[in-house]
Design a protein around this ligand. Sequence first.
Ligand SMILES: *Cc1c(COP(=O)(O)O)cnc(C)c1O
Length: 428
Amino acid sequence: MNHERSSALFQQARTSIPGGVNSPVRAFKSVGADPLFIKRAAGCTIYDEDGNSFIDYVGSWGPMIVGHCHPRVVEAVKRAMDNGASFGAPTELEITLADMVIAAVPSIEMVRMVSSGTEATMSAIRLARGHTGRDKILKFSGCYHGHADALLVKAGSGAATFGVPDSPGVPADFARHTLTAEYNSLESVGQLVAENRDNIACIIVEPVAGNMGTVPPREGFLEGLREICSNEGIVLIFDEVMSGFRVAYGGAQELYGVTPDMTTLGKIIGGGLPVGAFGGSREIMEKLSPSGGVYQAGTLSGNPLAMTAGIETLTLLKEPGFYDKLEEKSRQVAEGIANAARAAGYPLYSTRVGSMFCAFFTRGEVHDWPSAAACDTKAFARYFLAMLNEGIYLAPSQFETAFVSAAHDDAAIEKTIAAAAKCFKMIA
Ligand SMILES: *Cc1c(COP(=O)(O)O)cnc(C)c1O
């Protein structure tokens, strides 16, 4: 497969854009290759600058659940553009999308729109702190909540240590307020909560962890968090930027029947345009400026083009049977890949929640960051490059989720499974 033009563009990009990309994981660094430059996409297929085509399991990292360039979304956004790209004043579109989100997500009585998932989680945490008058926050090792200072923190040595910043430029003083527990371990949460009684504003969690591969919550984990937060006056935040409208129309909170106090959204609610949102109970949300004192703002928040793409996408998701069909496609492709590995005698731990799935290159089970980190990332890189060569575009990291869209048809799924069978034999 020829990547000449992509490689030339990457060289060119590196002179004007740090690392040649506008978001790090796009750089293919962890698989030791140059990124492909994409020209266009349609349905479940993306096309690169060299004229190669691929079946796409990245889906812009989650948003493209109805497939690329769905005609209804494209038409609606073109029409919205004719009315003006941005006004910096309220529009009816914002009420329409807000009401759709409120109707869908059990925990949300009021919602504020922002322009990215990072903005959503950052603002939700500020509001939780303003609401409780407490400074500390608790997150989980291996969970990603965007790149705000306080959230770029993983576990230090031992579960009970204070956070250490993951990145230069994050003051240790900021990271100090971030406690890190182990995903799926209520024990690690209980210990930190006991040591920091009346000081923790919120627990933020991906109810289905999707940024260390796909790691489902163990039975009782989300319920346990709910109980701890209710008992201790801690705001429970589900970061559903990835899982919202993905694992069910009402997100993981609908799927597992556990209702947090606040929820952050992004990805799918923008239908491919830049949108994030955070919402929760009326009591908490009314503390937000201008009805309350917790400040939060955005020049392009609630942008009419983005609202339109979101409204059209959510409307498509509401069609009867949408999630049942997506579940069946996702089951076929995830099981097909796992079976192909088994047939080749290749050790793999396969996980899936709805249309999110992951093939972990490990003999053990994966329930948290230490077990995810034990994967053979070199073997994954060989698999990734072999699959790419077969026309299958996976995320270029072991620690990412694969996304299935409604546009993945039988032929695409069959081709994917056949490619996996060939690639596992090749790398075994
Ligand atoms: C993608 C993601 C974010 C960050 O969203 P951006 O739009 O990239 O800022 C936050 N939380 C989760 C769970 C995500 O998957």
